[in-house]
Design a protein around this ligand. Structure first.
Ligand SMILES: *[C@@H]1O[C@H](CO)[C@@H](O)[C@H](O)[C@H]1NC(C)=O
Ligand SMILES: *[C@@H]1O[C@H](CO)[C@@H](O)[C@H](O)[C@H]1NC(C)=O
Ligand SMILES: *[C@@H]1O[C@H](CO)[C@@H](O)[C@H](O)[C@H]1NC(C)=O
Ligand SMILES: *[C@@H]1O[C@H](CO)[C@@H](O)[C@H](O)[C@H]1NC(C)=O
Ligand SMILES: *[C@@H]1O[C@H](CO)[C@@H](O)[C@H](O)[C@H]1NC(C)=O
Length: 379
């Protein structure tokens, strides 16, 4: 290769680079003022609380999402749980059947992105007085937004429980008996190491603990508690949760939690919970880590036998299994911090209208990258 051709190649490479950079998606990106709102197209039955989905802010959009989910659910239910029912079209499933209702889905997204049909400003005008209730003073504080989020979350959770209940209530009498109850398919198909499988979550003891009035069957309230024990007020269920915690942490199988078992696992959960609550960071203390851990352990160990029993875990069970309230509050604090223009810790209607996508992106973007994106875009 001669000097001439090297030169030509270099020039070509330079031109390609220039061309690419002028069409770089990054250049485009920063000029986007209006991001396209997205519906979440996902539902999971994960018992893990490490990835809690954002609470929907706007009930109208939550409803669109629920409709979408219901369709997915039907698809999944028909095709996976009861293949025998549809055996005739199993292998030769026509193309339109194997497709989710993308059209409906796209229509819903088009709807919320069409400013004439779905006007974010007027939505906020409608929603503001519904959130600003305690007291109705033209400010939304953390408590009001938390209660609002919690209301939305409970509705969502109950809807899913109801849908799941229909699946189990085989004789359609509105209650689920233990013999009717069948673990969800993912439990059956999951291998035995996966989360939740080995925890007795699907066992009769759990069922009985959920049966608050002890009539042998679960109504919707009880079934919802069964699926979401951390959000239940049922003390039997709280106690069952503590027993499960002991079972899970008790690596030497003596039926109790010793300090080592407490320190490696439970204590971190409690500490993380407390840190997020108080926004302090105790990682910077000079104490060796196990001093606060030993202190808490001693506090919890009521009978002083050096072990924690299930009942001794009751005071911290809410920190080990955070409830919807915890997430509702976390999201309220986050949203307020993002939209609170004058930094007085509460939101006015103008502040919300000024930052509409804070409310709507938190709901639509389950994708962390996009979450951080709008910090740049909407400031
Ligand atoms: C739902 O989300 C989970 C993780 O958040 C992901 O692993 C899964 O593939 C998603 N399912 C669908 C149908 O998008
Ligand atoms: C959205 O609603 C607000 C208030 O109701 C109104 O001022 C604005 O013009 C509307 N925007 C569109 C695009 O219709
Ligand atoms: C659950 O309760 C039923 C009575 O409703 C009882 O027969 C059964 O033994 C209980 N099971 C467990 C594991 O406690
Ligand atoms: C279910 O039963 C409980 C009593 O255990 C009752 O408080 C609750 O209202 C009932 N829920 C429904 C939906 O009927
Ligand atoms: C639990 O009780 C509190 C009041 O004690 C009530 O506000 C809350 O709605 C109850 N939660 C459930 C899930 O019933």
């Amino acid at each position: 290769m001669g000097l001439g051709s090297v030169l030509i190649y270099s020039i070509l490479a330079l031109l390609v680079l220039l061309f690419l950079s002028s069409y770089s998606p990054f250049n485009h990106h920063s000029s986007h003022r209006h991001r396209r709102l997205k519906l979440r197209s996902n539902f999971t039955f994960s018992l893990s609380h490490s990835h809690h989905p954002p609470v929907p802010f706007d009930p109208l959009l939550a409803e669109l999402e629920r409709n979408r989910e219901d369709k997915q659910w039907e698809q999944q239910h028909i095709h996976h749980s009861h293949p025998q029912l549809h055996h005739h079209d199993d292998d030769s499933a026509p193309a339109h059947e194997s497709q989710p209702e993308w059209e409906d889905f796209m229509n819903a997204e088009d709807f919320i992105n069409d400013e004439d049909k779905f006007n974010v400003t007027s939505r906020l005008l409608i929603l503001f007085p519904k959130i600003d209730v305690d007291p109705a003073d033209s400010f939304i504080d953390v408590h009001e937004l938390t209660m609002w989020n919690l209301q939305q979350a409970h509705r969502e959770v109950l809807h899913r429980s109801q849908r799941e209940m229909e699946l189990h209530d085989k004789n359609h009498d509105g209650v689920v008996s233990f013999s009717e109850y069948d673990p969800p398919t993912w439990v059956k198909s999951a291998d035995k190491d996966s989360f939740g499988y080995d925890m007795g979550w699907w066992k009769e003891e759990h069922f009985n603990a959920s049966d608050a009035d002890g009539d042998g069957v679960l109504n919707l309230t009880e079934f919802n508690d069964f699926l979401h024990p951390a959000d239940s007020n049922n003390t039997k269920l709280q106690q069952w949760l503590c027993k499960e915690e002991v079972r899970e942490r008790d690596s030497d199988r003596d039926g109790k939690v010793n300090f080592k078992e407490f320190f490696h696992g439970l204590f971190d959960l409690v500490r993380n919970y407390d840190e997020e609550e108080s926004h302090t960071d105790s990682h910077h203390t000079d104490n060796p880590m196990d001093v606060p851990a030993r202190k808490l352990f001693a506090q919890l160990d009521q009978d002083g036998d050096g072990y924690l029993s299930d009942t001794e875990l009751l005071p911290i069970i809410g920190k080990l299994h955070p409830s919807e309230y915890y997430y509702a509050k976390q999201q309220a604090e986050y949203i307020i911090s993002q939209a609170d223009g004058d930094k007085d810790g509460r939101l006015t209607l103008p502040e919300m209208i000024e930052n509409p996508y804070v409310f709507y992106s938190a709901i639509f973007n389950d994708d962390e990258d996009e979450y951080t994106d709008y910090h740049d875009e909407f400031r």
